[in-house]
Ligand binder design. Structure first.
Ligand code: GRF
Length: 186
């Protein structure tokens, strides 16, 4: 399948998806990496690795206009499935509806726990023994669609949000490619 990735930052999950897509038995290829942030390091990495990139800045214009450009870029690239990978903006209902059932997101918590930001600090503050990440289908509400895969990691004594984030992120890099592969085999 032809996959388009949306990101806003570093792009380590995008890199994990690209690496997996270049394995011989992969069910997908990453045909476009698009961002709301021209300076996102993930965009530069994608370009350097031969992947088409697209930026549409939302600054100073209506969300519908900005999202229409992203949507057009995805369609022009023949994208069939969209993978959000650290895309830090809520997509509008009309965008989500146009791609319904074909957008995935990875979120750094064991959903339904800790939707939104600061997931690791919240897991530590709650005294959780286990943390993790979830891959879910995107619906109109933030971090709310059906979960299709999860990975757990321990919360260790002395963990800070940063040390826990690093452990969860390593798990994310295994989880997202596997979850996408399984999603595409359905
Ligand atoms: C990841 O923790 C992901 O779960 C969350 O945003 C972070 C993105 O990191 N949605 P990266 O840009 O993939 O490195």
């Amino acid at each position: 399948a032809r996959v388009g990735i949306l990101l806003s930052g570093r792009g380590s999950n995008m890199q994990a998806l690209v690496a997996a897509s270049r394995e011989a038995d992969s069910r997908y290829e990453v045909v476009l990496v698009a961002s709301d942030k021209p300076e996102a390091p993930g965009l530069a990495w994608a370009a350097k690795h031969g992947i088409a990139t697209f930026t549409a800045s939302p600054k100073g214009r209506p969300k519908a206009e900005y999202e229409a450009q992203i949507d057009a870029a995805l369609r022009d690239a023949g994208v069939e499935v969209v993978a959000l990978a650290g895309y830090m903006r809520l997509l509008s209902p009309s965008f989500v509806q146009r791609w319904a059932g074909r957008i995935l997101n990875i979120h750094p918590s064991l959903l339904p726990k800790y939707k939104g930001l600061d997931t690791h600090a919240r897991a530590i503050a709650a005294g959780d023994a286990v943390a993790g990440a979830s891959v879910h289908l995107v619906t109109e509400a933030l971090d709310d669609g059906p979960v299709i895969a999860q990975a757990e990691v321990p919360v260790k004594p002395g963990d800070t949000p940063d040390t826990l984030a690093a452990r969860v992120l390593t798990a994310e890099h295994r989880l997202y490619p596997q979850a996408l592969d399984r999603f595409l085999s359905r």
